[in-house]
Ligand binder design. Structure first.
Ligand code: ADP
Ligand code: MG
Length: 622
């Protein structure tokens, strides 16, 4: 039987729309000691927050109340607002604790927030399943998926379990201290109009939810082999990713991997006879020893300049997309379990219309017709090429070591300018210096590797360290042949010698105040828009955001950076991101939950930086 952990939710973020694509950032691998430095320290994984979860810390000090069922029955027909009086912790028969973290003001307001606490002794999860941060993330993801399935028939209950990626999420956490489990979910509290439907509330909170918890969060009720396999799959993926740097690789695609997806809006693996499993070319085949899978072979993508060529519809973009989402770990059965890329991999694309704030793009754009200084370039409305140039510089500023670019979504004039065009349009009439002239320097002088999909121009053959050709979904190494072809001059001359590096910018905290009277106005809107104060931040072009809840995670990360003064008007953006990462290192869910208890998935620094860079009100000091 085939395991389908992504289930019907294996849907792509923004699927079918002009931008958007799925992809989580592993990188929480390896055991990490130490406890989070919480103020006054409630245990990790749970916290009272400023926004609504405040009652929590108090509730924790007192013993949980009993008699929730009777309370709910007693509220039958009462004013809806009286649900709020139930905020706090309740002991349920059987030893579970149900916590109403945040009530619901009326039947049309966002759902109430509920946490189900399963004590370690009761969950009975073997310690080896939660011994490291990676295992806890995997285990929690497995548990959340089961819980989501168990309550699927109940419209009022929503467990956020995610799709094909195994992300750190707020919906389920396993404690490093004792293996206790917390499941967090939204509950639409039932009403008859504006009156409390106490009986239905009792059924949901005192029967359905505890029963679902007992069937999905308690080890005795689980399929032990399946849990173990899930955890081991994720652990292997992390081990593989962690091995890349030591092997001089930026990515790895295992033999047998299934890269194509079911459709543009369905992120589950393609099925059927037409699927060609991945098979590495001999020249690029490497073997890596993994803790559980043992020796695996596949294509190692080396550091340097890598080019993917081949005819249209031969699988080039599919390969690149697999590397793009290789920053996240995938569920067993996904087909990309052993397709990984370095944590510092950033996908770039053209994104005309975006805002740019004080980026030094002069390596790519110089002497614009309006005379603006492109070493300190700002615009409210970037073009395809200037947006991609800015995104590249911003990615390097944030610490990217690998850049992925697909011709399908790149600005042609930033990528190439061939000999004939050089002859027709003099250099002083063309502001753009194509990437082909700085891409070698990016690696040589700055340690930034690239993987480019480029089927339409041979100019990159000259600068590529490695050329892979996709032919009917089968890769081959055509580097030698490409070198021969590139040895014949085209008459093209290089327009630049080196990439000069990026200028570090300092975000101005005054421009990032998104609070009104102490209430935050940073919220995810739909699948890929973050509203930040008065501004809407469009994240459709930030393609490595794996799912809509990660947009929420980005918002919380930004809010944490603002609230904790990581952006203080002196630190560079990259230093502030280092601080954020440090704060999230011990278990990223907890600090973000202190901002607000809601469904979110944890983003990488690069997604957070990308969002910050797109806030229209942002000002940079330099
Ligand atoms: P290209 O970028 O070379 O034009 P794509 O990567 O967009 O090609 O792939 C073209 C089509 O082939 C897509 O529908 C994709 O799902 C499918 N495809 C890609 N790789 C495979 C594969 N290994 N087996 C079967 N179909 C594939
Ligand atoms: Mg393509």
């Amino acid at each position: 039987m085939r395991e389908e952990f992504g289930g019907a939710e294996g849907r792509r973020r923004g699927g079918g729309r002009p931008y958007g694509r799925g992809g989580y950032g592993g990188g929480h691998g390896g055991p990490r000691g130490g406890r989070p430095r919480g103020r006054g320290g409630p245990p990790r994984e749970h916290a009272g927050g400023a926004d609504g979860a405040a009652g929590y810390a108090q509730g924790r000090a007192r013993a949980p109340r009993t008699g929730l069922a009777a309370e709910l029955r007693g509220l039958e027909g009462a004013q809806y607002g009286r649900y709020k009086g139930l905020t706090g912790r309740w002991e349920l028969p059987g030893g579970l604790v149900l916590e109403l973290v945040r009530g619901q003001s009326d039947p049309y307001a966002p759902p109430a927030r509920v946490a189900v606490h399963v004590p370690g002794a009761q969950a009975g999860l073997p310690a080896e399943l939660w011994a490291t941060p990676t295992r806890r993330r995997a285990l929690a993801s497995y548990l959340a998926r089961g819980a989501a399935r168990a309550v699927r028939g109940e419209k009022a209950l929503r467990v956020d379990a995610g799709g094909q990626e195994v992300l750190e999420r707020s919906s389920c956490t396993v404690s490093a201290d004792d293996g206790s489990v917390v499941l967090r979910l939204g509950v639409a509290l039932p009403g008859h109009g504006r009156r409390i439907d106490g009986r239905e509330a009792e059924r949901l909170l005192c029967q359905v939810l505890p029963r679902a918890a007992e069937r999905t969060l308690v080890y005795a009720a689980l399929d032990a082999d399946q849990v173990r396999r899930f955890v081991e799959t994720v652990e292997d993926s992390v081990a593989l990713r962690d091995a890349l740097a030591g092997l001089g690789l930026v990515g790895f695609v295992a033999d047998g991997a299934v890269l194509p997806r079911r459709s543009g809006v369905d992120d589950r693996p393609a099925a059927g006879g037409g699927v060609v499993p991945f098979a590495a070319p001999e020249e690029l085949r490497v073997t890596v020893e993994l803790p559980h899978a043992g020796a695996v072979t596949g294509m190692g993508v080396p550091e340097g300049v890598n080019l993917v060529v081949g005819g249209g519809f031969h699988g080039k973009s599919t390969l690149l997309r697999a590397l793009e989402t290789g920053i996240w770990d995938h569920v067993p059965g996904d087909g990309r379990e052993l397709v990984v890329s370095r944590n510092e991999t950033v996908k770039l694309r053209a994104e005309d219309g975006r805002r740019v704030e004080r980026v030094d793009v002069h390596a790519f754009v110089d002497h614009l017709p309006d005379g603006s200084d492109t070493s300190d370039f700002s615009t409210e409305n970037a073009s395809g090429s200037t947006s991609q140039a800015a995104s590249l510089c911003e990615a390097v500023e944030a610490g990217a070591r690998v850049l992925l670019i697909d011709e399908d979504t790149a600005a042609t004039n930033l990528m190439i300018r061939d000999a004939r065009m050089q002859a027709l349009v003099a250099k002083d009439r063309e502001p753009l210096t194509p990437l082909v002239d700085t891409i070698r320097s990016l690696h040589r002088d700055h340690g930034v590797s690239t993987v480019l999909v480029m089927g339409g121009s041979g100019d990159y053959l000259e600068v590529a360290d490695r050329v892979v050709m996709m032919d009917a979904y089968r890769p081959s190494d055509v580097t030698a042949r490409a070198r021969e072809i590139a040895a014949v001059p085209t008459g093209r001359h290089a327009e630049a010698g080196a990439f000069p590096g990026v200028v570090a910018r300092v975000p101005d905290p005054a421009s990032l105040d998104a609070e009104v009277r102490g209430r935050s106005r940073i919220r995810a809107r739909g699948e890929d828009v973050l509203s930040f104060g008065d501004h809407e931040v469009d994240l459709r072009a930030v393609e490595q955001i794996a799912d809509p809840r990660q947009v929420t995670g980005v918002g919380l990360a930004l809010e944490l950076m603002v609230r904790r003064s990581m952006l203080d008007g002196r630190r560079t953006l990259s230093e502030a991101l280092d601080l954020l990462e440090e704060m999230l290192a011990d278990g990223p869910t907890w600090p973000l939950l202190t901002v607000r208890d809601e469904d979110f998935a944890v983003p990488r620094r690069f997604e957070t930086a990308a969002a910050l860079n797109r806030i229209r009100g942002l000002r940079m000091l330099r």
